[in-house]
Design a protein around this ligand. Structure first.
Ligand SMILES: [Zn+2]
Ligand SMILES: [Zn+2]
Length: 253
């Protein structure tokens, strides 16, 4: 006799219009993730209002933002870049498993909806995905930041564009450069290609040191934007997260 993994009543529900959780294959309560797996995601508790850095105590800003404030005004980043969020992101980004992207978008949408209902004035006029160099996009065949920005645009009814900002060259190695030279190096890798509205949200998957976010935000402000915020799915636990993220990119989960 064939053994079914679900009772028949569950199977018939699945066949109608239900989705399974990408992590445990239970029925998904929201797009591609079940309630338990959603609650078990590595949610960030206390964090810096400006850069989203997780803090071990309740405070508005981290030491870094107090001593050298970034040009962006605010970050919305719901998750820590740790298991299982890092594994899910890897499958989405490098293996084009779009259901993982849908699942990871849910925590970001939840914090954004709360933030925008409390502060309706923070609603951006335009979402801009952090640009990937075209050679890298061709190599990978998928631009996850575009995909995230487009999905957020549909859910929140805010326009998005991947034509406002362009990466004109791959970024050189940042190791050994001080903050000022790192920002300069990064800034010259991008160009603004169209007129910008006042309020912009930059969209990406992971924020590590925040160096790219700082560079892009300064560039957008120089070209007419008045306020830039950062929207991302996950944040490395410390600002020296580059090594961890590089290692995670190398490991095939
Ligand atoms: Zn689950
Ligand atoms: Zn900060």
């Amino acid at each position: 006799m064939i053994k079914l993994p679900y009772p028949l009543s569950t199977l018939s529900r699945l066949m109608v219009n239900s989705e399974l959780c990408v992590n445990c294959l239970a029925l998904a309560s929201r797009a591609s993730i079940c309630e338990d797996c959603y609650n078990d995601l590595p949610w960030i508790g206390d964090a810096c209002y400006q850069c989203g850095l997780p803090l071990p105590y309740e405070a508005d800003h981290c030491g870094e933002c107090l001593s050298a404030p970034p040009s962006f005004s605010h970050s919305e980043i719901p998750l820590l870049y740790t298991y299982p969020a890092n594994r899910m992101l890897h499958r989405y980004k490098y293996h084009r498993r779009l259901a993982y992207g849908r699942a990871l978008l849910q925590p970001l949408l939840a914090v954004l909806r709360t933030h925008l209902s409390v502060f309706p004035g923070h609603r951006p006029d335009l979402l801009i995905p952090c640009p990937m160099h075209r050679s890298r996009e061709r190599q990978r065949g998928f631009n996850h930041a575009d995909d995230l920005a487009e999905r957020l645009s549909v859910e929140l009814t805010i326009p998005w564009s991947n034509r406002a900002l362009r990466r004109i060259r791959a970024t050189e190695a940042q190791v050994g450069l001080d903050r000022r030279r790192r920002t300069k190096n990064l800034r010259s890798a991008f160009e603004v290609c169209s007129a910008l509205p006042a309020r912009i949200a930059l969209v990406d998957d992971v924020m590590t040191t925040g160096a790219t976010a700082r560079a892009l935000s300064s560039l957008l402000l120089e070209h007419g934007a008045e306020d830039v915020q950062i929207w991302a799915i996950a944040r490395t636990p410390s600002q020296t997260g580059t090594l961890a993220s590089t290692l995670n990119e190398v490991i095939d989960f």
